[in-house]
Design a protein around this ligand. Structure first.
Ligand SMILES: [Zn+2]
Length: 283
């Protein structure tokens, strides 16, 4: 089984996670730029983070046989902090990089005017750079958040079929599907979506344009949720081909819209990245 996790924050995860993900079948992933828990106080700390998503993290992933791409954006939550919004002006110099396969995560957190501006600006940047966009939908007020998100997308220069709307659930999937976007589901332990609910959604709405991710980050989350959904699909009678469509071909098709996806197994990494290795001790 080959698995592509289209949304996972490896910066917050350990090498044990990389090892377990490889063993479970994960061969490729996309790490969206997002909030780090601790609020950032200046654009410079975003730039160091973006550089890590483009340099250090692919270097780590390659040592576990996993291909790493990223998406770059000012996230919805920090779009509300005027100390951070100058990041928007610097995005074009990151969006031209080969490893950047979408603009994201963008979207709404609390649906403020500052978030409106950041979302519209970044949808335009995606259109200008011929990139698709990964759009986060709010965890509160989900249906209202989805509708407003789709309205802003429709008013933008980016066609809705170049948008992956993420964090969908039973209340939002139908409207997103009817709108023609790609459909993202983050499968978490305990809360929000779980693998059995995911299987029910796949039964009702089918596997076309559906992407499943672990969205694993610094909070309670599970980087093997992609594999657990695949196993739940097989146990429920879906075929190997259905699993391959949802867990591999759909993410490849969506991020492939960038023209930048490189899925050959990662080359053996250089011994160090800017003088640092993941090794400890003499080895
Ligand atoms: Zn995320």
């Amino acid at each position: 089984m080959r698995i592509f996790d289209p949304h996972i924050h490896m910066t917050s995860r350990t090498t044990d996670d990389y090892e377990a993900m490889y063993a479970a079948g994960v061969r490729a992933l996309v790490e969206p730029a997002f909030w780090l828990g601790q609020p950032r106080t200046s654009p410079a700390s975003f730039f160091d983070y973006f550089d890590a998503l483009l340099g250090w993290e692919p270097f780590r992933a390659a040592q576990y046989g996993i291909t790493h791409h990223c998406t770059i954006a000012l996230n919805p939550k920090e779009a509300n902090d005027p100390r951070c919004t100058p990041v928007l002006d610097a995005l074009p110099r990151y969006l031209v990089k080969d490893n950047v396969v979408a603009v994201g995560e963008i979207g709404y957190d609390s649906m403020t005017p500052a978030e409106d501006t950041a979302l519209a600006t970044q949808l335009q940047l995606a259109a200008d750079h011929e990139l698709p966009a990964l759009v986060h939908t709010p965890h509160r007020d989900k249906l209202a958040g989805l509708r407003r998100t789709l309205d802003v997308v429709r008013e933008s220069a980016l066609p809705v079929d170049r948008v992956l709307v993420d964090h969908l659930n039973e209340t939002t999937v139908k409207e997103a599907k009817d709108a023609g976007s790609w459909l993202g589901f983050s499968v978490y332990p305990d809360t929000k979506m779980d693998e059995d609910r995911m299987v029910d959604i796949l039964r009702t709405y089918g596997p076309e344009k559906v992407l499943v991710n672990s969205a694993a980050d610094w909070g309670k989350s599970d980087p093997l949720k992609t594999r657990k959904v695949a196993d739940a699909m097989l146990a429920a009678g879906f075929t190997d081909d259905d699993v391959d469509l949802v867990l591999w071909r759909n993410p490849v098709a969506f991020y492939g819209l960038s023209g930048r996806l490189q899925l050959d197994a990662p080359a053996p990494p250089e011994a160090t990245h800017e003088g640092n290795s993941i090794l400890r001790g003499g080895a």
